[in-house]
Design a protein around this ligand. Sequence first.
Ligand code: GLC
Length: 477
Amino acid sequence: MRILFIASEAFPLAKVGGLADVTSSLAIALRDLGHEPCLILPKYGSIKAPIQDIQGKNVVVSFMGHYEQVALKMTRLKKRIPVYLVENDDYFGTEEIYTQGELERFLFFSLSIPSIISQLDFRPDIIHCHDWHTALTPLWLKKAKMKLPCIFTIHSLAYQGFFDQQFFLRSGLSRVWQEYIPVSAPRPSLNFMSQGILLADIVTTVSPTYASEILTPQYGEDLEQLLSYRGNELYGIVNGIDYDEYNPATDPYLERNYDSTTIEKRVDNKLALQRKSGLPQSPDIPLLGMVSRLEEQKGIDLLLQAIGPFITETKAQLVILGQGREHYHKLLAEAALKYPDRLSVFIAYDERLARLIYSGSDIFLMPSRFEPCGLGQLIAMRYGAIPVVRHTGGLADTVKDVAEGNGNGFVFQNYTVLEMLEAIKRAEESFYHRAEWQNLMRHNMKLDFSWKASARKYEELYLRARNICQTGDIIQK
Ligand code: GLC
């Protein structure tokens, strides 16, 4: 199948979070299954990859009452997968992906898609849109009378692309909505995401547990009714990671490479990480790592509340790498100043340091409030860092508590400091039992969190979307 991904991020061209890893690594996995994937992304000012002009591929888009030109450029992922970059400096030229004016940016991006598709030499069998930024694509394809099967994947309901009545009127959305929204559907909210949920042939999200959680008010972010309405065609497929990219035996960023038969070499990464973090260097002190967007979703408020008791009740060190909310940056930096021997904080996006944390920490912490899938825990396990996670979303699908037998990490249920600390303390205790701990590391490093199984599931859904698209409309509950 020729599969066209439409997305705002793809690693390494443009990355803020896990979305970027998934679009590129899933495309690679689909290619390995013999398909022909291809991506469309806005050409942000920050994209530095070698770019090719495509002669004669200019598209004119009618946008908010005037005409805008876009030029199509091209680059490749892993030298093979074609990526079309949509160039228009007024709308896409800034370095940042999510900025002021992002509603116009992504409205314009999705509006340009039907005209772009008709210009491409690539004739897609399937359109796969990712997150709110591209969620209007099915609507514009319908308006352009292009009958192409569409899958819409929700990577996080926390971001929906909200707009107000004024934007609704100015953008022309008010006119088209009346025409394409099924009458029986719950009234869609004023955001991009609800349109993707309503109009895609199939809706997916990135783990089975999150797929059922989002049907409840606790996790549904006010879209639970709409999601239940599409419940028959809502699927959860757990993300994989690229096993070539994330391989401790070959990772060029590590201090020392290792695999499950040579885990003793891993200590060099731990010492290097402690050195870089300004923490006392010792293999015997348990070292916790976190690589995370510093957003509410990730449990940063819980973490901040837990720092005091963590310092008094454990002997462990903690290294945190990430960026996000200013407020968290400030509080984390203050805590690091207060406990310099125990806590080190890097406010940055730094791929090299991230790899050192996966390969050098003993325990990997993800206390998420909610987690559609989570990739950090998967990478951590591949690198032999044992996860401590909250039982939610993809974390619940991928980490089983060791107390249950044949587990792979330490899990807590409720979003409380007490439960989180209890899980950390159990992990710490287990760390001191060296033989047991090393067995757990080896066990986790051999688990398979590659895309192998999940890419096959997408393949099945692509076929299903084609059937739905050919045989009629959305199947309703
Ligand atoms: C978002 C989610 C995360 C998921 C990623 C890729 O960043 O928060 O849980 O793993 O998307 O799907």
